[in-house]
Design a protein around this ligand. Structure first.
Ligand code: 5AD
Ligand code: FES
Length: 354
């Protein structure tokens, strides 16, 4: 018997995504198994049109302060996993964190992203809340974003009350079997997803996201990610290529595919036109102009590093991370120049989800 079902081409599926803002899981699998460079260009062009219509030729900037690389978790992909005894652990003091923000304010940052490993022992929710109150007091016109990993509901309530605006927690993979291959037994897919739900329910502008090309990721996994993102509708999506770290079990695994990363960025922009979509540091690490290409593929946020130069090399999630020798002022200027070169401008505002 001949199969009479007409399969849509990838371009037709991209058109459908643009109109209906969703695809079925099977359609996503078809996209991720059948796409070509030509399809990627098609998606990038649409994505760029959409982001220019929504945001103009502007990118928002967020200053990231990586305040502790101590982590209780042991994710197989991550360079600051607890069992990496080669990692040189550090914690910034409250004063150091505040002075990074003060410095950043002077460079025009109006969002500060406080990021760390899961270091609850030293950075209790109460302590972080106090830091946030101090930042907000010094800079009432700024947004504060946290990226501290999984927290319990009461901690999230406390931090929201302290004035936190946004929370980033990449889901890492929406496929449970895949999640199990990236994380040890004591981490739970359900807990992570529950945590994301709570974050959104409490009124945070919420960020999810995943790596592209993490070990064992298949077209099915990516399809699950896109179905999840399409229904969860996060306000932000952090996407970058997987990059191996020499002191992890995934040291010999191949990097994620650069072009596929750009393609997924474009698909996210087409599916969720107003989503805040960073051109990530990992994207800038896999290619010298990766972040520029990310913006040209639909990204509209860049997150330069605001951490003290002395600790930057210690916050190594993957090998080769860019900006570890630079000063915050250099990254700020660098990003501005990079954007200008592709005809984009850095926007000085909080850049809330609207
Ligand atoms: N390669 C790329 N991204 C990574 N992350 C962690 N380790 C790696 C790696 N080896 C990402 C994870 C995490 C975010 C802070 O960094 O997605 O959520
Ligand atoms: Fe840090 Fe370019 S952004 S040096």
């Amino acid at each position: 018997m001949k199969d009479i079902k007409e399969n849509k081409t990838v371009k037709q599926l991209i058109d459908k995504l643009e109109k209906q803002k969703m695809l079925t899981k099977d359609e996503w699998v078809q996209v991720f198994t059948g796409w070509t460079e030509d399809d990627r260009g098609y998606a990038a062009q649409k994505a760029r049109q959409i982001s220019e219509a929504v945001f103009g030729k502007k990118v928002y900037i967020r200053g990231i302060v990586e305040f502790s690389n101590v982590c209780r978790n042991d994710c197989y992909y991550c360079g600051i996993r607890c069992s990496n005894s080669n990692a040189n652990r550090y914690r910034l003091t409250d004063e150091e964190i505040l002075s990074c923000c003060d410095e950043g304010y002077g460079y025009g940052f109006r969002t500060f992203v406080l990021q760390s490993g899961e270091d609850i022992k030293a950075f209790s929710p109460e302590r972080v809340a106090e830091i946030v109150r101090r930042i907000k007091k010094a800079h009432p016109d700024c947004a504060v974003t946290l990226s501290l990993g999984e927290l319990e509901r009461d901690a999230l309530v406390l931090l929201k009350q302290a004035g936190v605006d946004r929370y980033l927690l990449r889901h890492e993979t929406a496929n449970k079997e895949h999640y199990r291959k990236l994380h040890p037994e004591d981490m739970s897919f359900e807990h992570r997803m529950k945590c994301l739900e709570t974050i959104k329910e409490l009124g945070y502008q919420t960020g999810a996201g995943m790596m592209i090309g993490s070990p064992y990721q298949t077209a099915q996994c990516l399809a699950d990610d896109m179905v999840f993102l399409g229904s969860f509708k996060p306000h932000m999506i952090g996407i970058g290529p997987f990059l191996p770290h020499k002191d992890t079990p995934f040291r010999d695994e191949p990097k994620g595919d650069y072009e596929l990363t750009l393609f997924v960025l474009s698909l996210c922009r087409i599916m969720l036109p107003r989503v805040l979509l960073p051109a990530t540091t990992a994207l800038g690490t896999i290619r010298p102009n990766g972040r520029e290409q990310g913006v040209l593929s639909g990204a509209n946020v860049i997150m330069p590093n605001l951490s003290p130069t002395e600790v930057r090399k210690k916050y190594m999630l993957y090998d080769g991370k860019i900006c570890t020798e630079d000063q915050s002022s250099e990254c700020r200027l660098c990003v501005q120049a990079r954007m200008k070169r592709i005809g984009y401008e850095v926007e000085i505002s909080r850049g809330d989800y609207k």
